[in-house]
Design a protein around this ligand. Structure first.
Ligand SMILES: NC(=O)c1ccc[n+]([C@@H]2O[C@H](COP(=O)([O-])OP(=O)(O)OC[C@H]3O[C@@H](n4cnc5c(N)ncnc54)[C@H](OP(=O)(O)O)[C@@H]3O)[C@@H](O)[C@H]2O)c1
Length: 400
């Protein structure tokens, strides 16, 4: 019997990775994970804590992955000879989900280049040296850069321009995966902008929708009310109210990628893991406005930290410049391959209720300053506690 039935999985501790970990373990996929230790926790302890939380959520025991402490940016991904030997005996598939989501760095020794390009190269080299035959790689729909036409799933470099270094680093990573001649198959998943859990609002990263929310939140907490209408926010962010962006809930993205990883039919394809209904930015701005008015503590003119809109715009210039390119109108993402593989997994609608839940989660966890829990009962408790601790936040600050 072939013993090589494990999938080697990078990036299992991040937002998408933790949902993928749950979905793959629920389907009894044998996993070996490469995980960075933190200052406080070993790689094993990080995974044990995640799996134990998921067991509480799903109400059943889950199998444990084999854990290797490693880092994609180190030689041999930081793995010793015993670990590499084990992988060469047991793993036949690689799922590369690890990435840096830093947007900009001229220095190619820094992020996002270090992990997305050098780290992917190191992981592919490891996979080659241990004889892994199938690679599944999480890319991004925004490898399309600044294109505005219809983007096919097999398109990659068509001479497009890019909005930031992250997009370009993900193109280079995808090219390396596609061109590696050591694999029988290379399968690519390209999600659009990942938001939180469609049911609980949980998130552990704060890009895209959450970045706009954070700017709205900071504006409301620093500038006395009157300046926070949805239109003012759009103007400040330099966003075209007629633009639309493609957002996808993390639970759905994980369900689609897990389906792909488990099905031989997916192998060799590229899938746009994108929403059928992009959201108008005017709607997103209204939700951001409502969320910050409901959950953030508004600035008072007497507050020594308060400032005016011009000061805010000037001091947020760098962030705003980055996001002005980012919140441009999206192209149309063709979804033919994705529908063939996962057309029966409905993509939850991102309506006002679900986005407000995500916004409440992000604001009550102060955009990552308070560690989040995956467990729905604790999410409600934490959100409640945070509202109790900040009585002003419960009083809506009315915009004019
Ligand atoms: N978020 C989005 O909107 C979005 C949209 C499209 C595509 N994607 C893609 O989806 C994937 C997951 O993104 P995410 O939003 O879930 O990101 P995330 O929450 O930041 O997770 C990134 C994961 O990669 C790991 N990682 C980063 N650098 C590493 C390194 N040098 N060595 C080992 N592991 C490393 C992180 O480990 P630590 O826990 O140790 O940091 C974490 O597990 C990425 O490939 C990303 O490009 C994301």
């Amino acid at each position: 019997m072939n013993d090589r039935h494990y999938t080697l999985f990078s990036g299992s501790t991040g937002l998408l990775g933790s949902y993928l970990l749950r979905d793959l373990l629920l389907q009894d996929v044998p996993l070996a994970v490469i995980v960075r230790p933190t200052r406080k926790l070993s790689a094993e302890a990080r995974i044990e804590s995640l799996v134990a939380d998921w067991e509480t959520v799903v109400g059943r025991t889950l199998p444990r992955p084999v854990v290797f402490a490693g880092d994609l940016t180190k030689a041999d991904c930081g793995l010793d000879a015993d670990a590499r030997e084990w992988i060469s005996t047991h793993c036949d598939q690689l799922l590369n989900n690890a990435a840096s989501l830093s947007f900009r760095n001229a220095d190619r020794e820094g992020e996002p280049w270090r992990t997305n390009v050098n780290g992917t190269r190191c992981l592919l080299e490891l996979a080659r040296s241990v004889g892994i035959r199938h690679v599944d790689h999480v890319s991004t729909a925004y490898v399309c850069g600044l294109r505005y036409d219809r983007v096919l799933e097999d398109d990659l470099d068509v001479g497009q321009e890019f909005g930031n270094d992250y997009e370009l680093s993900k193109v280079e990573a995808e090219q390396m995966v596609r061109q590696a001649d050591c694999f029988d198959t290379a399968t690519i998943y390209r999600p659009s902008i990942i938001v939180g859990d469609s049911q609980t609002g949980y998130t552990s990263t704060y890009h895209g929708f959450f970045a706009a929310l954070r700017i709205g939140h900071t504006l409301l907490t620093r500038v006395p009310v009157g300046a926070t209408s949805g239109r003012a926010l759009l103007k400040l962010l330099g966003i075209d109210p007629d633009a639309s962006k493609n957002f996808v809930p993390v639970d759905w993205v994980a369900a689609v990628v897990a389906r792909g990883v488990c099905s031989a039919e997916t192998r060799g394809k590229t899938l746009h893991v994108t929403h059928p209904d992009p959201l108008p930015m005017s709607f997103v701005a209204e939700v951001v406005q409502e969320a910050v008015e409901t959950y953030s503590i508004a600035a008072s003119p007497d507050d020594p930290d308060s400032c005016d809109e011009a000061w805010f715009a000037e001091n947020m210039r760098t962030q705003l410049d980055v996001y002005q390119r980012y919140f441009r109108n999206d192209p149309t993402f063709d979804r033919s391959h994705m529908l063939q593989i996962a057309g029966d997994i409905p993509c939850p609608a991102l309506d006002e209720d679900s986005l407000m839940r995500m916004a409440k989660f992000a604001i009550s966890h102060d955009f990552g300053k308070h560690p989040p829990s995956l467990i729905p009962a604790l999410i409600d408790e934490e959100a409640g506690r945070s509202a109790d601790a900040a009585p002003d936040a419960a009083t809506p600050a009315k915009a004019t």
